[in-house]
Ligand binder design. Structure first.
Ligand code: SF4
Length: 100
């Protein structure tokens, strides 16, 4: 499966939701999450994310592996999002700070 990681926190650009063919994405006030039960591992959302927040679970370094469980739990607790929203305030500054 693919997971959204901490780089999405406070950015939440939501470009990912426009490319996902199976409506995997959920969201709260801070970021998006991928429902691992629905993800078909197409990888389409990876290049769509302006801050590189999405990675395949098997490539996550040890300190990032907590995001697998966070995505699973929060996707179950939050609504599906299927169309793009404006990014959160400050997203563009965060993106620049990441060198993107
Ligand atoms: Fe959706 Fe594909 Fe990303 Fe999975 S890898 S969340 S199916 S776009």
């Amino acid at each position: 499966t693919y997971v959204v990681t901490d780089q999405c926190t406070g950015c939440r650009y939501t470009e990912c939701v426009t490319v996902c063919p199976v409506e995997c994405f959920h969201l709260d006030d801070e970021m998006t999450y991928i429902d691992p039960e629905n993800c078909i591992d197409c990888g389409g959302c990876v290049p769509a994310c302006p801050v590189g927040a999405i990675q395949p679970a098997y490539l996550l370094p040890p300190e990032q592996q907590k995001w697998i469980e966070i995505n699973r739990r929060r996707a179950a607790e939050t609504p599906v999002i299927t169309s793009r929203l404006a990014p959160l305030p400050g997203a563009d500054q965060r993106k620049m700070a990441l060198g993107r």
